[in-house]
Design a protein around this ligand. Structure first.
Ligand SMILES: [Zn+2]
Length: 142
């Protein structure tokens, strides 16, 4: 597996005891940080999706690249430090459990950019490889 290029990380704006950016009722430390720090792997496609959203929120590009399928993963990833992720709505899921090898998650991610609130909709595809869920790509809009 090619090693992703090192990209500078901005300081995480989320403290370990803060609510997790992904929106689950847990602290960041007890939720997505466990995945970001490699203490656990996401058990479902939805948890992987949520942890990737949290990685955007805390600026963890290494995690985003590690959880990207090698066939679709970019060589490097630059996040816009002006983009602040403000919330995640999971709109629907298919498959994606411990009994599946594929799954989809439909979501809307909210952010502000230069003081302007906006959101991004995506219907993402995930696959489980060697027991670990990874992001594959986005389905075309229906
Ligand atoms: Zn979380």
């Amino acid at each position: 597996m090619p090693k992703p290029k090192n990209t500078p990380r901005r300081p995480a704006p989320v403290a370990p005891a803060s609510p997790c950016p992904c929106g689950r009722a847990a602290t960041y430390r007890d939720c997505c940080a466990a995945f970001h720090q490699g203490r656990a792997t996401a058990p479902t496609a939805e948890r992987l999706m949520r942890s990737r959203y949290s990685a955007f929120a805390v600026g963890d590009t290494g995690y985003l690249l590690r959880t990207w399928h090698p066939t679709t993963r970019p060589g490097s990833l630059d996040l816009d430090p002006a983009q602040r992720w403000t919330g995640l709505d999971i709109l629907g899921t298919t498959g994606g459990s411990a009994f599946h090898t594929e799954g989809t998650v439909e979501f809307r991610a909210h952010y502000t950019l230069h003081g302007h609130a906006d959101s991004q909709y995506e219907h993402s595809r995930f696959v489980r490889e060697a027991g670990q869920w990874v992001y594959l790509d986005a389905l075309p809009p229906a």
